[in-house]
Design a protein around this ligand. Structure first.
Ligand SMILES: [Zn+2]
Length: 288
């Protein structure tokens, strides 16, 4: 991991991953993960970077990951980009995203929507001459069929109308399988429960591997306690099963885990010791 002022970067073999932050908010643990207040102390000391100094709040980051492989420029999730929803966006995000995309928005080949909640799709579109259009003019946007169907049914359709419907109108939204392979290095991984068609992202170049969680977890506390669902998990039982499976798959493997809502340092490794699971911040930076 290396960092400029506000961009964190990791290198996985020939793949470069950059975190582009929109904002970090704090919120009471119990307001997002109802069972978490009594679990926090048992997750010390490794949980410390991901909560407030007084332990009462978790720090929730909203950021995109730019994943650049030898063949493909990918943006994983596009944050909030609006100010009329429960967490407001940050207008400066566009400049930071441009900084992480040396070829500009035109260079983006693929936008992965891990799911269609408002804090993951907000910068999908841009208003030009009063009309919402795809922000990345040459990109295909990827979503699963289950996710698209579920989000169409939402009562509050503001995010869908602003950030998804214009993609459908422009014929740039591709419905893909939850295990869709993007190129030799990047593949989607089904991780339902938070939403019906939720996907994570796996990156591999030989032995060097990383996993972008999406919202299968909102805090690394949930690796240690997979049953600790958030209030926004659509199917808490399925979300728990998914978290248990992912912990089984990734614990003690060396796969670098990048949390979609984890504040800096954002990355770490899942470790298991007997019945205890922890999330250990990577102390050795990967090469810039
Ligand atoms: Zn989210």
């Amino acid at each position: 991991m290396s960092s400029s002022d506000h961009l964190l970067t990791w290198t996985i073999g020939s793949v470069r991953i950059t975190r582009v932050e929109e904002r970090v908010v704090d919120m009471p643990w119990g307001g997002l993960i109802p069972t978490s207040p009594e679990l926090v102390d048992g997750c010390q000391p490794w949980i410390s970077p991901f909560m407030s100094a007084d332990h009462t709040k978790l720090l929730l980051s909203v950021h995109s990951f730019v994943v650049t492989t030898p063949e493909t420029c990918i943006v994983v999730d596009t944050c909030i980009g609006r100010d009329d929803l429960s967490i407001a966006g940050d207008a400066g995000f566009g400049d930071r995203l441009a900084e992480a995309l040396p070829g500009g928005f035109e260079a983006v080949d693929i936008v992965v929507c891990t799911h269609l909640h408002f804090d993951h799709v907000g910068w999908n579109t841009v208003e030009v001459d009063g009309r919402l259009q795809p922000r990345f003019p040459n990109a295909r946007y990827l979503v699963t069929a289950a996710e698209l169907a579920a989000e169409r049914d939402q009562e509050d359709g503001r995010a869908f109308a602003a950030s998804i419907q214009p993609l459908l109108d422009a014929s740039v939204l591709d419905v893909v399988e939850p295990d869709h392979r993007i190129d030799s290095w990047v593949v989607l991984a089904s991780s339902p429960g938070h939403t019906p068609g939720h996907v994570s992202v796996r990156i591999a170049d030989g032995a060097a591997q990383a996993a972008i969680t999406g919202d299968l977890v909102h805090s690394p506390l949930q690796f240690a306690h997979p049953e600790a669902s958030t209030i926004s998990d659509n199917d808490p039982a399925l979300a728990t099963t998914t978290r248990e499976r992912v912990v089984d798959e990734l614990a003690d493997t060396g796969v670098l885990v990048l949390g979609t809502h984890f504040p800096p340092p954002t990355s770490g490794h899942i470790r298991r010791s007997g019945r205890d699971v922890s999330f250990e911040v990577a102390d050795e930076p990967t090469s810039p």
